[in-house]
Ligand binder design. Structure first.
Ligand SMILES: Nc1nc2c(ncn2[C@@H]2O[C@H](COP(=O)(O)OP(=O)(O)O)[C@@H](O)[C@H]2O)c(=O)[nH]1
Ligand SMILES: [Mg+2]
Length: 322
């Protein structure tokens, strides 16, 4: 099928095509670059929600309940799950998996999982691209579910308009979240598993940690909520807070500004990735054959690195001999 007919048929009413297009853009080749470029011009209508947090905090459960809520309001939802332990990806307990993949049976719900096993190189970019496909297909909401433990995962939630950070009452969880940079990126904090002991203490320590963050008068002050996702408690409040944040972003024009910032960051990431691939490719001339041909005794790594860098930036072929 040509790009044109794929694009023509790309709609949330046709999950097979949605799935096919995502598979195509997962490859790195000229056709996929053309396709994702054509798709980009059709994006901007979906509202993107990032759900992140430590493993087991209840991200998938919240995603599931929130999706059910949206579906009951006749909204369509596309989910991109990047978490090898996610029930959506085939991980987790069988019961959870069955319960959570059920929502995928709904006509207006599409679930795509991308495994982050092994190398994360390029995965965050692909996950964001997959969100573009869902946006262009006309889904009202795109939800990125990602475990909040690394830079690549944080890159993905950066592509969201609203980020929900999920934590649990267990002591130290909010300290860990602080270390992982989650305090910086959360617009809404959901203290899930509030049926467990320590919820009140965790809420107050979470709130005081967030107060340490500098706010100006015009900033969004993160909302802190208690949820019991497994019992569907607090999910409507999350949805209300997402709406509230969306309204704030729209009124302050930050929605467009943030999206522009994200787009610029995506450009930068693509450039950096391409530079990296070029340097690693066999055709690239280091100034000597390749790193394997360096002498066994290396006098100064930084000197050699500088030489290679100069060679790269000058795009000159120099033979250093040895
Ligand atoms: N007690 C309790 N368990 C929950 C709650 N929310 C989710 N769980 C359970 O916690 C486990 C991990 O949830 P999951 O959504 O897969 O976490 P994720 O790794 O963050 O996606 C599952 O067995 C859920 O059923 C909650 O509010 N309270
Ligand atoms: Mg999960």
């Amino acid at each position: 099928m040509s790009n044109e007919s794929l694009l023509e048929n790309l709609s949330h009413g046709n999950k097979r095509i949605v799935s096919r297009v995502i598979s195509l853009i997962e490859n790195d080749n000229q056709k996929s670059e053309e396709l994702i470029s054509q798709i980009f011009s059709k994006t901007g209508n979906a509202y993107r929600i990032g759900i992140t947090g430590p493993p087991g905090a209840g991200k998938s459960t919240i995603t599931n309940q929130l999706t059910k809520l949206y579906a009951s309001q006749n909204k369509t939802v596309g989910i991109v799950a990047i978490d090898p332990t996610s029930p959506f990806t085939g991980g987790a307990l069988l019961g959870d998996r069955v319960r959570m993949t059920e929502i995928g049976m709904n006509d207006g719900v599409f679930i795509r999982s991308m495994a982050s096993r092994g190398s994360l190189g390029g995965l965050s970019r692909k996950a964001v691209d997959a969100g573009d496909v869902l946006d262009a297909a006309g889904y009202d909401y795109v939800i990125y579910e990602t475990v909040g433990v690394g830079q690549s995962e944080l890159d993905i939630v950066e592509a969201a308009d609203t980020t929900v950070v999920t934590l649990v009452p267990e002591s130290g969880d909010s300290i860990q979240a602080l270390k992982a940079g989650l305090m910086e990126i959360g617009d809404i904090f959901a203290l899930n598993k509030s049926d467990r002991p320590g919820a009140e203490t965790a809420i107050s320590s979470l709130k005081s940690m967030l107060q340490l963050k500098f706010h100006t008068e015009n900033d969004w002050i993160p909302e802190v909520l208690q949820t019991i996702a497994s019992e569907n408690k607090g999910i409507e409040t999350i949805a209300e807070m997402i709406d509230k944040h969306r309204m704030f972003l729209t009124e302050t024009n930050e929605l467009s500004l943030n999206r522009l910032k994200q787009t610029k960051k995506r450009i930068e990431d693509i450039v950096l990735e391409k530079v990296k691939l070029t340097i690693k490719s066999k055709e690239f001339n280091y100034g000597f054959k390749d790193l394997d041909t360096l002498p066994d005794q290396i006098s100064s790594p930084v000197q050699i690195a500088n030489y290679i860098f100069k060679n790269l930036t000058n795009n000159k072929e120099v033979d250093v001999g040895n």
